[in-house]
Design a protein around this ligand. Sequence first.
Ligand code: MLT
Ligand code: MN
Ligand code: ZN
Length: 296
Amino acid sequence: MTALVLGAAAGGGFPQWNCACRLCCLARAGDARVRPATQAGMAVTANGRNWVLIGASPDLRQQLTATPSLAPRGDGRDTPITAVLLISADIDGIAGLLTLRESQAFDIYAPPAILEVLGSNRVFDVLDPSLVRRIPLPPHTSVACAGITMTVLPMPGKVPLYLEDRQASQPEPGPTYAVRLDAAGRRIVVAPACAEITGPVRAALRDTDALFFDGTLFTDDEMISAGVGVKTGQRMGHVCIDGEAGSLSRLRDLPGRRIFYHINNTNPILLADSPERRMAEAAGFEIAYDGMQVQI
Ligand code: MLT
Ligand code: MN
Ligand code: ZN
């Protein structure tokens, strides 16, 4: 199985259009210690011909244009993208569907709660229902697609930002998801959003050959101390990397490749020579980047 990171950044991308934090400024200045990144998305294939997209970020058009293996192969209209699996109804998880209009057949797989979001917004009807099937994939059920068995795993999380009660101090719990991908005895798990690494979460993440995990923030109050926001990671539904309950300590003993993915532009692991980057790498974690290819 091959997983291709189309975009490694969290919502907003790196640099983010309106952000003048230290890292965004470095990225804008072309500093060699940081790599600009587009908003999170992956493509996976078990046979090198048919691909499944995991998530559809607003940067999808740019990501597809930059990826020769996802270009049309034949004459006329064509795509090697067989399906799109949605695991988040956040803007950075679905807005790229609008890029996939133009009368092209493919399937959308998503948990029913995400299909409800698509169904409640007619702009997504631009994807002609006679060509683009919407197939419900409830949590814990599996489906085979392009030689890959896909299973949606619920994760502790919150409702999408635009459905939140903005006055609430605590996030409204709501479904967010990871996906387990199995092919030829190999397993990849993609979990871009996880609010807490509970026992069941650890159990779901065990036994993977490659785990792409929520790398949004290094410390919970990082956006506040960078002066670019008022929300903690907890408020945003993302467990941070650092600390006793953080992903570095809670996931460091898992076997297989562990890769931080969906990385916010304030996260110092984006800086090649930062102590935080060294800490993550010393604990055996890799840092995803646009174009990263993971073959297992
Ligand atoms: C998140 O991951 O917290 C969301 O994607 C935030 C957003 O909607 O930008
Ligand atoms: Mn996000
Ligand atoms: Zn920034």
